[in-house]
Design a protein around this ligand. Structure first.
Ligand code: NAP
Length: 514
């Protein structure tokens, strides 16, 4: 077995005909196989209601790889070697007898592929089904095995604390906490995983990573797409629950956490939970002062006129669901007291981007202010998607004899130094599941901590019946109120387009190469 190769295992893929399986999971499995990381002793059993023959299933898997994989489709022989590991069973998860058939198939495959009884139950389905699937797996004996068993579940984990608790209780009746892999796919992203390394493997950042030197932190996750065909789901979720409760709070936790005592799963998760517990809770008026919610109206994305949220399919014409949220978070602990974490996320915004910008305080005395007119702050930006990399904005001497200061940007990007075909988030996460590493998955107390912060905000937004909703035209960077939220503190959002940054050499009219 190669050093990085996974252990033998059966992957039971519930939701095998769904969008996530097609766009992410099959390509990820194929990438791992291509790199020799996936053990040759593996079997995938696709499960969904659609009646498919094994050949039809293989065609779907092949088509998904052809369209979405970062590796090109294999030749006939290599494809046959990969496809022989894929099986399909039509199964309605309400059908108990179907689970018994599955157990029989699994026992046969276990022997045929020497899977050692190791089982991964990947639930790529609507969360309403998770409890029932866990129960039926248990009743049919699928969870009684000589090997290990792992349960993988997709977001959302509940829609508030109480539904999350109920769901957790249902799955904990069958699986132990360390067997549960709650996916937050942002934790599989290259640059999100890199936050920890940038912070704890460089001695230049940690000494200044606190309220003495940092002015504010800004986290943006903006999309240009609308709700697409997910209007039904989104109406019930909204941006706060769809993005902030999980991805955004996870990024806040990673930026703000204390160094773990050692690089071990539970030590890292312990530190993240402490951040979530330190978040200042907002209730009543404090919500309206610190949180801005918005909804997109008709607008223009590129050359295309796009409809308002209320005109999207499966969306109520008077919907008050938020498609945008901006908030000022305070982490009330010694390290971060007084440092605002401004976060924002939205659909149909002008730019597609996820990035974290740490703005440092100005030097104690500005020797250059009079000469340069404007000395920009130092910024560290971590680009998460679609670009991957980081930029450090510094001030330097203006070239030539005129004197003064001008901004320079030191950039590290995939193209400039890291330079490799970065794996997809799902590839990394599947790799971790196969290796039994739960570090990049959310532990129950992280999920609960995030809901505890989000729930009172949802409550206030709901109680105001949409009166607090700020409308913004599609194709903009969100409502004006979100800028006001920061201007009250004397700052504003840093532009996401590099050329628009105040400290961009481009804006200064200076050549890139000096
Ligand atoms: P989807 O396209 O609606 O797929 C749902 C799957 O469930 C289909 O394979 C469907 O197949 C199967 N199914 C539905 N009812 C069933 C039943 N009674 N018994 C057995 N199978 C049944 O959903 P998805 O977009 O793939 O999302 C799956 C999960 O991932 C959800 O929790 C979602 O929130 C999460 N997620 C998705 C994305 C994404 O980009 N798609 C991103 C993040 C998280 P049949 O109709 O053939 O039964």
């Amino acid at each position: 077995m190669k050093r990085n190769e996974s252990h033998p295992a059966a992957v039971l893929l519930f939701g095998a005909t769904g969008d996530l399986a097609k766009r992410k999971l099959y390509p990820a499995l194929y990438s791992l196989y291509k790199q020799g990381i996936l053990s040759h002793d593996f079997a995938v059993i696709g499960l969904a209601r659609s009646p498919l023959t094994r050949e039809e299933y293989h065609r779907r898997v092949k088509d998904s790889i052809a369209r979405h994989s970062r590796f090109s489709l294999p030749g006939q022989e290599e494809w046959a070697a990969f496809a022989k590991h894929f099986f399909y069973q039509s199964l309605d998860i309400h059908d108990k007898a179907g689970f018994e058939t599955l157990q029989t198939t699994l026992i046969q495959l276990d022997e045929h592929f020497s899977l050692k009884g190791n089982r991964i139950f990947y639930l790529s389905m609507a969360p309403d089904f998770f409890g029932l699937i866990a129960k039926n797996l248990h009743t049919a004996g699928l969870t009684r095995t000589n090997g290990w068993k792992r349960l993988v579940i997709e977001k959302p984990f509940g829609h508030d604390l109480s539904s999350a608790e109920q769901l957790n209780q249902e799955i904990r009746e069958v699986f132990a906490e360390e067997e549960i892999y709650r996916i937050d796919h942002y934790l599989g992203k290259e640059m999100v995983q890199n936050i920890e390394v940038i912070r704890f493997a460089n001695s230049i950042f940690e000494p200044v990573w606190n309220n003495r030197y940092i002015d504010n932190v800004q986290i943006t996750s903006s999309e240009t797409v609308g709700v697409e065909e997910r209007g039904g789901y989104y109406e019930k979720a909204g941006a706060l629950r769809d993005m902030v409760q999980n991805h955004i709070l996870q990024m806040v936790a990673m930026v703000a956490m204390e160094p773990p005592s050692r690089l071990q799963t539970e030590a890292i998760r312990d530190e993240k939970v402490k951040v979530l517990r330190s978040l200042r809770r907002y209730e009543g008026d404090a919500v309206l002062q610190n949180v801005v919610s918005g909804q997109y109206t008709e607008g223009k994305i590129g050359e295309e006129i796009v409809p308002a949220y209320r005109q999207e399919a499966k969306v109520a014409p008077d919907s008050v669901t938020e498609t945008y949220v901006a908030a000022k978070l305070m982490v009330d602990n010694f390290r971060w007291a007084g440092v605002p974490f401004y976060v924002r996320t939205g659909k149909r915004m002008a730019v597609k981007s996820t990035e974290i910008t740490v703005q440092f305080k100005n030097p104690p005395m500005n020797l250059y202010f009079e000469k340069s007119g404007e000395l920009g702050p130092n910024l560290l930006t971590i680009h998460i998607q679609p670009d991957e990399g980081m930029t450090l904005h510094l001030n330097a001497k203006r070239p030539g004899t005129a004197g003064g200061v001008f901004p320079i940007a030191m950039e590290v990007s995939k193209d400039s130094g890291i330079g490799y075909n970065s794996p997809e988030a799902y590839e990394r996460l599947l790799h971790d599941i196969l290796h039994g590493d739960t570090t990049n998955f959310t532990r129950w107390d992280e999920v609960a901590g995030a809901w505890e912060w989000v729930d009172p905000i949802t409550q206030v937004l709901r109680d105001t019946g949409g009166k607090q909703l700020h409308f913004y035209a599609a194709g903009t960077m969100g409502p004006e109120a979100a800028h006001e939220l920061l201007r009250k503190d004397g700052v504003d959002w840093w532009p996401l387009t590099p050329a628009d940054r105040p400290c961009s050499p481009v804006k200064e009219g200076l050549p890139h190469e000096l």
